[in-house]
Design a protein around this ligand. Structure first.
Ligand code: AMP
Length: 411
Protein backbone atom coordinates (compact mmCIF):
# COMPACT_ATOMS: atom_id res chain seq x y z
CA UNK A 1 0.00 0.00 0.00
CA UNK A 2 1.28 3.48 -0.94
CA UNK A 3 0.16 6.98 -0.02
CA UNK A 4 -0.82 7.37 -3.70
CA UNK A 5 -3.61 4.84 -3.10
CA UNK A 6 -5.18 6.92 -0.36
CA UNK A 7 -6.71 9.66 -2.56
CA UNK A 8 -4.51 12.39 -1.18
CA UNK A 9 -4.07 15.75 -2.87
CA UNK A 10 -0.74 16.29 -4.71
CA UNK A 11 0.51 18.90 -2.21
CA UNK A 12 0.28 16.34 0.61
CA UNK A 13 1.83 13.54 -1.44
CA UNK A 14 4.73 15.82 -2.27
CA UNK A 15 5.29 16.79 1.38
CA UNK A 16 5.17 13.16 2.53
CA UNK A 17 7.70 12.23 -0.11
CA UNK A 18 9.96 15.06 0.99
CA UNK A 19 9.60 13.91 4.61
CA UNK A 20 10.96 10.53 3.49
CA UNK A 21 7.75 8.59 4.21
CA UNK A 22 7.65 5.72 1.77
CA UNK A 23 4.47 3.99 2.84
CA UNK A 24 1.70 4.49 5.35
CA UNK A 25 1.94 2.81 8.75
CA UNK A 26 -0.91 0.42 9.72
CA UNK A 27 -2.81 3.07 11.66
CA UNK A 28 -2.50 5.48 8.72
CA UNK A 29 -3.69 2.85 6.25
CA UNK A 30 -6.70 2.11 8.39
CA UNK A 31 -7.62 5.60 9.56
CA UNK A 32 -7.00 7.91 6.60
CA UNK A 33 -9.73 6.59 4.24
CA UNK A 34 -12.41 6.80 6.97
CA UNK A 35 -11.31 10.24 8.07
CA UNK A 36 -11.33 11.54 4.50
CA UNK A 37 -14.92 10.33 4.27
CA UNK A 38 -15.76 12.41 7.34
CA UNK A 39 -16.35 9.55 9.78
CA UNK A 40 -15.74 9.91 13.51
CA UNK A 41 -12.95 7.71 14.74
CA UNK A 42 -11.96 6.05 17.99
CA UNK A 43 -8.34 4.92 17.73
CA UNK A 44 -6.45 2.89 20.27
CA UNK A 45 -2.81 3.59 19.44
CA UNK A 46 0.17 4.96 21.22
CA UNK A 47 3.00 7.26 20.23
CA UNK A 48 5.38 5.74 17.72
CA UNK A 49 2.68 4.21 15.55
CA UNK A 50 2.36 7.22 13.25
CA UNK A 51 -0.97 8.32 14.71
CA UNK A 52 -0.14 12.03 14.38
CA UNK A 53 0.07 11.77 10.59
CA UNK A 54 -2.99 9.49 10.62
CA UNK A 55 -5.16 12.36 11.84
CA UNK A 56 -3.13 15.32 10.52
CA UNK A 57 -3.10 14.34 6.85
CA UNK A 58 -6.90 14.03 6.44
CA UNK A 59 -7.36 17.14 8.59
CA UNK A 60 -5.10 19.16 6.28
CA UNK A 61 -6.77 17.77 3.18
CA UNK A 62 -10.26 18.57 4.40
CA UNK A 63 -9.39 22.12 5.42
CA UNK A 64 -7.36 22.76 2.25
CA UNK A 65 -10.40 21.90 0.17
CA UNK A 66 -12.55 24.23 2.27
CA UNK A 67 -10.00 27.08 2.53
CA UNK A 68 -10.88 28.78 -0.77
CA UNK A 69 -14.35 29.50 0.60
CA UNK A 70 -13.43 30.79 4.04
CA UNK A 71 -9.93 32.26 4.34
CA UNK A 72 -8.23 31.75 7.70
CA UNK A 73 -10.80 30.71 10.28
CA UNK A 74 -10.21 28.17 13.04
CA UNK A 75 -11.79 25.02 11.65
CA UNK A 76 -9.50 22.35 13.03
CA UNK A 77 -8.79 21.83 16.73
CA UNK A 78 -6.34 19.34 18.21
CA UNK A 79 -6.33 18.93 22.00
CA UNK A 80 -3.20 17.47 23.57
CA UNK A 81 -2.17 16.87 27.19
CA UNK A 82 1.22 18.58 27.26
CA UNK A 83 3.08 21.47 25.78
CA UNK A 84 5.66 19.08 24.31
CA UNK A 85 3.10 16.94 22.53
CA UNK A 86 1.24 20.03 21.28
CA UNK A 87 4.50 21.39 19.84
CA UNK A 88 5.31 18.06 18.20
CA UNK A 89 1.89 18.00 16.54
CA UNK A 90 2.52 21.57 15.38
CA UNK A 91 5.83 20.46 13.84
CA UNK A 92 4.12 17.56 12.07
CA UNK A 93 1.41 19.83 10.65
CA UNK A 94 4.10 22.19 9.39
CA UNK A 95 5.90 19.29 7.68
CA UNK A 96 2.85 17.75 6.03
CA UNK A 97 1.18 21.07 5.21
CA UNK A 98 4.19 22.87 3.79
CA UNK A 99 2.73 23.08 0.28
CA UNK A 100 -0.66 24.28 1.49
CA UNK A 101 -1.74 27.78 2.53
CA UNK A 102 -3.15 26.73 5.88
CA UNK A 103 -1.93 28.33 9.10
CA UNK A 104 -1.68 26.67 12.46
CA UNK A 105 -0.89 27.87 15.97
CA UNK A 106 0.13 26.01 19.10
CA UNK A 107 -1.10 27.30 22.46
CA UNK A 108 -0.28 25.98 25.91
CA UNK A 109 -0.05 27.25 29.46
CA UNK A 110 2.93 28.09 31.64
CA UNK A 111 4.24 30.80 29.29
CA UNK A 112 3.09 34.38 28.58
CA UNK A 113 0.20 34.50 26.16
CA UNK A 114 1.24 37.48 23.96
CA UNK A 115 2.95 35.46 21.25
CA UNK A 116 0.03 33.06 21.11
CA UNK A 117 -2.59 35.79 20.86
CA UNK A 118 -0.54 37.52 18.15
CA UNK A 119 -0.53 34.27 16.14
CA UNK A 120 -4.29 33.96 16.61
CA UNK A 121 -4.85 37.51 15.40
CA UNK A 122 -2.79 36.82 12.27
CA UNK A 123 -5.30 34.13 11.24
CA UNK A 124 -5.29 30.44 12.04
CA UNK A 125 -6.92 27.42 10.40
CA UNK A 126 -5.79 24.72 12.81
CA UNK A 127 -5.33 25.25 16.50
CA UNK A 128 -3.33 22.83 18.64
CA UNK A 129 -3.94 23.41 22.31
CA UNK A 130 -3.70 22.11 25.82
CA UNK A 131 -7.16 22.31 27.43
CA UNK A 132 -6.47 24.84 30.21
CA UNK A 133 -4.91 27.59 28.06
CA UNK A 134 -7.52 27.04 25.36
CA UNK A 135 -10.35 27.71 27.81
CA UNK A 136 -8.49 30.69 29.17
CA UNK A 137 -8.11 32.30 25.74
CA UNK A 138 -11.71 31.46 24.82
CA UNK A 139 -12.86 33.22 27.98
CA UNK A 140 -10.73 36.23 27.08
CA UNK A 141 -12.42 36.37 23.68
CA UNK A 142 -9.40 35.49 21.53
CA UNK A 143 -10.82 32.23 20.23
CA UNK A 144 -14.16 31.12 18.94
CA UNK A 145 -14.91 27.46 18.33
CA UNK A 146 -18.08 28.06 16.32
CA UNK A 147 -16.57 27.16 12.93
CA UNK A 148 -14.77 24.00 14.02
CA UNK A 149 -15.24 21.21 11.49
CA UNK A 150 -12.78 18.66 12.90
CA UNK A 151 -11.69 18.11 16.49
CA UNK A 152 -9.00 15.65 17.57
CA UNK A 153 -8.48 14.53 21.17
CA UNK A 154 -4.96 13.17 21.17
CA UNK A 155 -3.64 10.98 24.01
CA UNK A 156 -7.03 11.32 25.63
CA UNK A 157 -6.14 8.91 28.43
CA UNK A 158 -3.25 11.10 29.45
CA UNK A 159 -5.47 14.19 29.38
CA UNK A 160 -7.89 12.46 31.75
CA UNK A 161 -5.02 11.27 33.96
CA UNK A 162 -3.86 14.85 34.21
CA UNK A 163 -7.27 15.95 35.45
CA UNK A 164 -8.52 17.69 32.29
CA UNK A 165 -11.90 15.97 32.10
CA UNK A 166 -13.96 19.02 33.13
CA UNK A 167 -12.03 21.30 30.79
CA UNK A 168 -12.55 18.84 27.96
CA UNK A 169 -16.26 18.59 28.67
CA UNK A 170 -16.56 22.38 28.64
CA UNK A 171 -14.68 22.60 25.34
CA UNK A 172 -16.78 19.86 23.71
CA UNK A 173 -19.94 21.66 24.79
CA UNK A 174 -18.81 24.74 22.85
CA UNK A 175 -18.23 22.87 19.57
CA UNK A 176 -20.76 22.83 16.76
CA UNK A 177 -22.91 19.68 16.83
CA UNK A 178 -22.10 19.01 13.18
CA UNK A 179 -18.41 18.18 13.26
CA UNK A 180 -16.00 15.32 12.83
CA UNK A 181 -14.49 14.02 16.07
CA UNK A 182 -11.39 11.88 16.40
CA UNK A 183 -10.21 10.40 19.67
CA UNK A 184 -6.89 8.66 20.20
CA UNK A 185 -5.92 6.88 23.37
CA UNK A 186 -3.14 4.40 24.17
CA UNK A 187 -5.29 2.59 26.73
CA UNK A 188 -9.00 2.00 27.12
CA UNK A 189 -10.06 2.43 30.75
CA UNK A 190 -13.79 2.93 31.38
CA UNK A 191 -13.36 6.72 31.65
CA UNK A 192 -12.12 6.79 28.06
CA UNK A 193 -14.93 4.58 26.81
CA UNK A 194 -17.39 6.95 28.49
CA UNK A 195 -15.76 9.99 26.92
CA UNK A 196 -15.82 8.29 23.52
CA UNK A 197 -19.47 7.34 23.94
CA UNK A 198 -20.39 10.92 24.83
CA UNK A 199 -18.39 12.72 22.14
CA UNK A 200 -18.24 10.47 19.08
CA UNK A 201 -21.03 9.78 16.69
CA UNK A 202 -21.15 6.34 15.10
CA UNK A 203 -17.34 6.09 15.12
CA UNK A 204 -15.08 3.74 13.25
CA UNK A 205 -13.16 1.85 15.89
CA UNK A 206 -9.52 1.11 15.13
CA UNK A 207 -7.49 -0.88 17.59
CA UNK A 208 -4.07 -1.95 16.46
CA UNK A 209 -3.22 -5.50 17.35
CA UNK A 210 -0.63 -5.72 20.10
CA UNK A 211 1.82 -6.63 17.36
CA UNK A 212 1.25 -3.33 15.57
CA UNK A 213 0.76 -1.38 18.77
CA UNK A 214 4.14 -1.97 20.29
CA UNK A 215 6.64 -0.23 18.12
CA UNK A 216 9.02 -2.55 16.37
CA UNK A 217 11.84 -0.29 17.36
CA UNK A 218 11.34 -0.98 21.07
CA UNK A 219 13.00 -4.09 22.43
CA UNK A 220 11.39 -5.43 25.58
CA UNK A 221 13.28 -7.55 28.07
CA UNK A 222 12.67 -9.06 31.44
CA UNK A 223 15.08 -9.66 34.33
CA UNK A 224 14.22 -11.94 37.22
CA UNK A 225 16.00 -10.41 40.18
CA UNK A 226 15.57 -10.33 43.96
CA UNK A 227 14.40 -7.00 45.29
CA UNK A 228 17.63 -6.49 47.29
CA UNK A 229 19.68 -6.82 44.12
CA UNK A 230 17.68 -4.49 41.91
CA UNK A 231 19.90 -1.45 42.38
CA UNK A 232 23.01 -3.58 41.70
CA UNK A 233 21.41 -4.77 38.47
CA UNK A 234 20.60 -1.20 37.52
CA UNK A 235 24.19 -0.19 38.19
CA UNK A 236 25.38 -3.14 36.08
CA UNK A 237 23.19 -2.13 33.13
CA UNK A 238 24.19 1.52 33.35
CA UNK A 239 27.83 0.46 33.34
CA UNK A 240 27.44 -2.01 30.54
CA UNK A 241 25.28 0.00 28.12
CA UNK A 242 26.42 3.55 29.06
CA UNK A 243 23.06 4.91 27.89
CA UNK A 244 22.73 8.67 27.85
CA UNK A 245 19.06 9.04 28.76
CA UNK A 246 17.51 6.54 31.11
CA UNK A 247 14.09 6.85 32.68
CA UNK A 248 13.66 4.58 35.70
CA UNK A 249 10.24 3.97 37.22
CA UNK A 250 9.65 3.25 40.87
CA UNK A 251 6.29 2.63 42.47
CA UNK A 252 6.62 5.14 45.32
CA UNK A 253 8.19 8.51 46.02
CA UNK A 254 10.10 7.00 48.89
CA UNK A 255 11.41 4.27 46.59
CA UNK A 256 12.58 6.90 44.11
CA UNK A 257 14.50 8.84 46.79
CA UNK A 258 16.00 5.65 48.18
CA UNK A 259 17.23 4.65 44.74
CA UNK A 260 18.84 8.05 44.14
CA UNK A 261 20.78 7.57 47.38
CA UNK A 262 21.75 3.97 46.57
CA UNK A 263 23.04 5.00 43.14
CA UNK A 264 24.84 7.94 44.65
CA UNK A 265 26.70 5.59 47.00
CA UNK A 266 27.85 3.70 43.92
CA UNK A 267 29.03 6.91 42.24
CA UNK A 268 26.12 7.34 39.82
CA UNK A 269 24.38 10.70 39.72
CA UNK A 270 20.64 10.60 39.28
CA UNK A 271 17.64 12.66 40.33
CA UNK A 272 14.12 11.86 41.37
CA UNK A 273 10.97 13.39 39.94
CA UNK A 274 7.89 13.00 42.08
CA UNK A 275 5.04 14.81 43.74
CA UNK A 276 7.05 15.85 46.82
CA UNK A 277 9.36 17.99 44.72
CA UNK A 278 8.57 21.66 44.15
CA UNK A 279 7.67 22.86 40.66
CA UNK A 280 11.02 24.65 40.31
CA UNK A 281 12.94 21.55 41.44
CA UNK A 282 11.08 19.49 38.87
CA UNK A 283 11.76 21.96 36.12
CA UNK A 284 15.47 22.07 36.97
CA UNK A 285 15.66 18.28 36.96
CA UNK A 286 13.85 17.98 33.64
CA UNK A 287 15.99 20.69 32.12
CA UNK A 288 19.18 18.86 33.16
CA UNK A 289 17.79 15.60 31.78
CA UNK A 290 16.82 17.16 28.47
CA UNK A 291 20.21 18.87 28.24
CA UNK A 292 21.95 15.52 28.88
CA UNK A 293 23.54 16.90 32.04
CA UNK A 294 21.70 14.20 33.93
CA UNK A 295 21.70 10.68 32.58
CA UNK A 296 19.37 8.93 34.96
CA UNK A 297 15.95 10.19 35.93
CA UNK A 298 13.94 8.28 38.50
CA UNK A 299 10.23 8.92 38.41
CA UNK A 300 6.95 7.75 39.82
CA UNK A 301 4.11 7.15 37.39
CA UNK A 302 2.15 10.22 38.40
CA UNK A 303 5.15 12.56 38.14
CA UNK A 304 6.17 11.09 34.79
CA UNK A 305 2.96 12.15 33.08
CA UNK A 306 4.29 15.58 32.24
CA UNK A 307 7.59 14.25 30.89
CA UNK A 308 7.91 14.49 27.15
CA UNK A 309 11.56 14.03 26.40
CA UNK A 310 12.70 12.81 23.02
CA UNK A 311 15.24 10.05 22.59
CA UNK A 312 15.02 8.24 25.91
CA UNK A 313 17.10 5.18 25.13
CA UNK A 314 16.16 3.04 28.15
CA UNK A 315 12.94 2.82 30.11
CA UNK A 316 13.55 0.68 33.17
CA UNK A 317 10.75 -0.72 35.28
CA UNK A 318 12.68 -0.88 38.54
CA UNK A 319 9.38 -1.75 40.17
CA UNK A 320 6.93 -3.59 37.97
CA UNK A 321 3.97 -1.42 36.96
CA UNK A 322 0.78 -1.99 38.92
CA UNK A 323 -1.37 -2.33 35.80
CA UNK A 324 -0.73 -3.37 32.18
CA UNK A 325 -1.92 0.09 31.07
CA UNK A 326 0.88 1.62 33.14
CA UNK A 327 3.33 -0.68 31.37
CA UNK A 328 2.12 0.63 28.02
CA UNK A 329 2.43 4.25 29.19
CA UNK A 330 5.90 3.75 30.60
CA UNK A 331 7.20 1.96 27.53
CA UNK A 332 5.69 4.63 25.29
CA UNK A 333 8.42 6.98 26.55
CA UNK A 334 11.07 5.24 24.49
CA UNK A 335 11.41 4.37 20.81
CA UNK A 336 9.83 7.66 19.81
CA UNK A 337 10.20 9.31 16.45
CA UNK A 338 11.54 6.16 14.89
CA UNK A 339 14.47 5.94 17.33
CA UNK A 340 15.39 2.62 18.89
CA UNK A 341 14.52 2.04 22.50
CA UNK A 342 14.92 -0.56 25.19
CA UNK A 343 12.27 -1.41 27.74
CA UNK A 344 13.71 -3.35 30.67
CA UNK A 345 11.60 -4.80 33.46
CA UNK A 346 13.03 -5.93 36.79
CA UNK A 347 10.70 -8.50 38.26
CA UNK A 348 11.08 -9.90 41.78
CA UNK A 349 9.17 -12.86 43.23
CA UNK A 350 6.48 -10.71 44.83
CA UNK A 351 5.77 -9.04 41.46
CA UNK A 352 5.11 -12.13 39.36
CA UNK A 353 1.35 -11.60 39.46
CA UNK A 354 1.84 -8.16 37.86
CA UNK A 355 3.97 -9.74 35.14
CA UNK A 356 1.23 -12.25 34.45
CA UNK A 357 -1.30 -9.44 33.89
CA UNK A 358 1.09 -7.66 31.52
CA UNK A 359 1.66 -10.82 29.48
CA UNK A 360 -2.07 -11.34 29.25
CA UNK A 361 -2.60 -7.78 28.08
CA UNK A 362 0.25 -7.89 25.53
CA UNK A 363 -0.88 -11.30 24.33
CA UNK A 364 2.84 -12.05 24.28
CA UNK A 365 5.59 -12.91 26.72
CA UNK A 366 8.49 -10.58 27.31
CA UNK A 367 11.84 -12.24 26.54
CA UNK A 368 13.83 -13.13 29.64
CA UNK A 369 17.47 -12.08 29.97
CA UNK A 370 19.49 -14.50 32.03
CA UNK A 371 23.07 -13.59 31.29
CA UNK A 372 23.50 -11.07 34.06
CA UNK A 373 25.09 -11.51 37.47
CA UNK A 374 21.92 -10.92 39.51
CA UNK A 375 19.64 -13.56 38.06
CA UNK A 376 17.27 -14.80 40.79
CA UNK A 377 16.99 -18.56 40.56
CA UNK A 378 14.14 -18.53 43.04
CA UNK A 379 12.01 -16.08 41.09
CA UNK A 380 12.79 -17.78 37.78
CA UNK A 381 11.64 -21.11 39.23
CA UNK A 382 8.57 -19.54 40.76
CA UNK A 383 7.71 -18.11 37.35
CA UNK A 384 8.34 -21.39 35.57
CA UNK A 385 6.39 -23.57 37.96
CA UNK A 386 3.42 -21.31 37.48
CA UNK A 387 3.84 -21.56 33.70
CA UNK A 388 2.81 -24.26 31.25
CA UNK A 389 4.84 -27.33 30.47
CA UNK A 390 6.19 -26.00 27.16
CA UNK A 391 7.28 -22.76 28.65
CA UNK A 392 9.01 -24.62 31.49
CA UNK A 393 10.96 -26.53 28.92
CA UNK A 394 11.79 -23.46 26.94
CA UNK A 395 13.40 -21.63 29.84
CA UNK A 396 14.99 -24.59 31.59
CA UNK A 397 18.26 -24.54 29.66
CA UNK A 398 18.73 -20.83 29.31
CA UNK A 399 22.00 -19.25 30.06
CA UNK A 400 21.63 -16.42 27.56
CA UNK A 401 18.89 -14.13 26.37
CA UNK A 402 15.95 -16.20 25.24
CA UNK A 403 13.28 -14.88 22.95
CA UNK A 404 9.97 -16.53 23.07
CA UNK A 405 8.31 -16.90 19.70
CA UNK A 406 5.52 -14.55 20.47
CA UNK A 407 7.44 -11.69 22.04
CA UNK A 408 7.12 -7.96 21.50
CA UNK A 409 10.80 -7.48 20.64
CA UNK A 410 11.20 -10.38 18.28
CA UNK A 411 8.83 -8.64 15.90
P1 AMP B 1 3.74 9.34 16.06
O1 AMP B 1 3.25 7.98 16.43
O2 AMP B 1 2.70 10.15 15.38
O3 AMP B 1 4.34 10.07 17.25
O4 AMP B 1 4.92 9.17 14.98
C1 AMP B 1 6.12 8.53 15.27
C2 AMP B 1 7.22 8.89 14.28
O5 AMP B 1 7.04 8.18 13.07
C3 AMP B 1 7.31 10.36 13.90
O6 AMP B 1 8.66 10.75 14.00
C4 AMP B 1 6.87 10.42 12.47
O7 AMP B 1 7.60 11.41 11.76
C5 AMP B 1 7.23 9.05 11.95
N1 AMP B 1 6.29 8.58 10.89
C6 AMP B 1 4.95 8.67 10.91
N2 AMP B 1 4.41 8.10 9.80
C7 AMP B 1 5.45 7.65 9.08
C8 AMP B 1 5.53 6.97 7.81
N3 AMP B 1 4.48 6.63 7.12
N4 AMP B 1 6.77 6.64 7.37
C9 AMP B 1 7.88 6.97 8.10
N5 AMP B 1 7.86 7.60 9.28
C10 AMP B 1 6.65 7.95 9.77
Amino acid sequence: MHFENLNLIPQLLKALKEAGYRQPTPIQMQAIPHLLQGRDLFGCAQTGTGKTAAFSIPLLQKLAEDYKKTGHVIRGLVLAPTRELASQIGDSLRTYGRHLSLQHAVIYGGVPQQQQTAALRAGVDILIATPGRLLDLIQQGYISLQYIMVVVLDEADRMLDMGFIHDIQKIIAMLPARRQTVLFSATLPSSIRRLAFNTLSNPVHIELSSQQQYAENVKHSLYFVDRVNKHHLLHHILDQDSPDRVLVFTRTRHGADKLVKALDREGIRSAALHGNKSQSQRQRTLHAFKGKKLRVLIATDVASRGIDVEHISHVINFDMPETPETYVHRIGRTGRAGAHGLALSFCSGDELHLLKDIHKHLRATIPVVTDHPFQSEKTTKQHLYGAGKNQRKRYSHTSHTKYSRNSPSSR
